[in-house]
Design a protein around this ligand. Structure first.
Ligand SMILES: NC(=O)c1ccc[n+]([C@@H]2O[C@H](COP(=O)([O-])OP(=O)(O)OC[C@H]3O[C@@H](n4cnc5c(N)ncnc54)[C@H](OP(=O)(O)O)[C@@H]3O)[C@@H](O)[C@H]2O)c1
Length: 343
């Protein structure tokens, strides 16, 4: 039945979220935003940062008021007063960095995608189990209040049988960006495409069948990917990602009883509307387009899991992460995209 109001986002009580002691590997673009959000919006403590360069680590630490800076990640990981490490390095470093953190007996939050492929993802999962540590993917959108409302609408069956997901995520990048670098697992799939595939898995579960077509970019990488997934429940996901152009970035999830229309970039904080299939009744989710200020939600969920002694996220379990990676593996297989690490 169509609801009279949207569900309320479910938050863990602040008292159940421990204030963890964090270290960071990879003080780049996203790490800056992560630190800013945590400092402004949470009680999480960032105590250390490690870079490949001592000078860069020092600069980052000075800018953000982080007490310790390391030019060698091993020195940071040798500390026994850090609870968790945030890995914010390029895609092909997530697996080796994640393994190193787990071997140092620390919980790890790894930027998306969790790993380059499902094989690496499973190995990380096994290592986390071996060490009894939490390994979680920083697919930040999944931990946002907006996504929690969407999840509740799906769980409550408000949309009825869901038949169609349309979503795109295209962004213009200049050729000097790491996304064009084949040695850093470039191409849109790992960066932008991971949001799309992950959202499709959230809505429809593992795809049953995948059709993918790609368009190359200079430098031996893929530049654009279009995907059609069919799912057991009858859902068709039609997805496009490109690094050549800006696209609207919205998503439509169409069910028999209601349609969800997510404006702007579907994965970021912002508006959506839910419209009944008959009668046109519409509910609106409104929030400021605060974007990266909401990165702290993933860290707070992570800390809550650690506090509860839960070694797999209850919001985004690794089974879901691995399903997403498997689908991305198949998309790349059909396009003939192989990363250096896989040769
Ligand atoms: N959640 C989001 O919205 C979001 C947004 C953007 C990116 N991301 C994800 O975050 C990760 C990092 O992206 P970013 O845009 O922050 O990248 P970035 O600005 O290039 O930062 C990556 C950092 O990793 C370190 N690094 C280690 N090995 C490297 C290598 N071989 N080449 C280059 N850098 C290396 C670098 O720090 P040192 O030089 O100091 O070692 C660098 O500052 C990616 O996996 C991406 O998908 C997430």
């Amino acid at each position: 039945m169509f609801p009279s109001v949207l569900p309320t986002p479910r938050n863990q009580p602040v008292a159940s979220i421990p204030s963890l002691r964090w270290g960071i590997i990879g003080p780049g673009w996203i790490a800056e935003r992560f630190v800013k959000s945590l400092k402004e919006q949470s009680r999480q403590r960032i105590l250390a940062v490690a870079s490949r360069s001592q000078e860069k680590a020092d600069r980052f630490a000075a800018t953000w008021g982080i007490p310790s800076a390391y030019g060698d990640v091993n020195d940071m990981l040798a500390r026994d007063d850090l609870d968790a490490i945030y890995v914010a390095t390029p895609h092909n470093h997530h697996f080796p960095d994640g393994c190193q953190v787990l071997r140092a007996d620390k919980h790890v939050l790894i930027e998306k995608p969790f790993a380059l492929n499902a094989r690496e993802g499973v190995a990380l999962q096994e290592l986390a189990q071996l060490h009894g540590k939490l390994a979680m993917e920083a697919m930040w959108c999944d931990y946002l209040p907006k996504y929690d409302v969407i999840r509740q609408l799906l769980e409550d069956g408000v949309l009825g049988d869901v038949h169609t997901l349309l979503a795109d995520h295209g962004e213009f990048f200049t050729p000097d960006h790491r996304i064009f670098n084949a040695d850093l697992a470039g191409g849109p799939m790992m960066d932008l495409g991971s949001y799309l595939v992950s959202f499709s898995v959230l809505i429809g579960g593992a795809p049953q069948d995948i059709i993918a077509r790609g368009e190359p970019a200079p430098g031996g990488i893929n530049g654009q990917t279009s995907m059609l997934f069919t799912h057991d429940n009858g859902l068709h996901s039609v997805l496009n990602t490109t690094l050549f152009s800006n696209t609207p970035g919205g998503a439509v999830v169409a069910g028999r009883d209601a349609t969800l229309t997510i404006d702007g970039q579907f994965y970021a904080p912002g508006h959506f509307s839910l419209t009944a299939s008959q009668g046109g009744k519409t509910l609106h989710w409104e929030e400021p387009l605060t974007r990266y200020t909401q990165l702290f939600h993933q860290a707070e969920h992570f800390a809550w899991c650690v506090g509860q002694g839960v070694n797999d996220s209850t919001i985004r379990p690794l089974s879901q992460v691995l399903t997403t990676l498997k689908a991305m593996d198949e998309v790349r297989r059909q396009m003939g995209v192989v990363f250096n690490e896989e040769r």
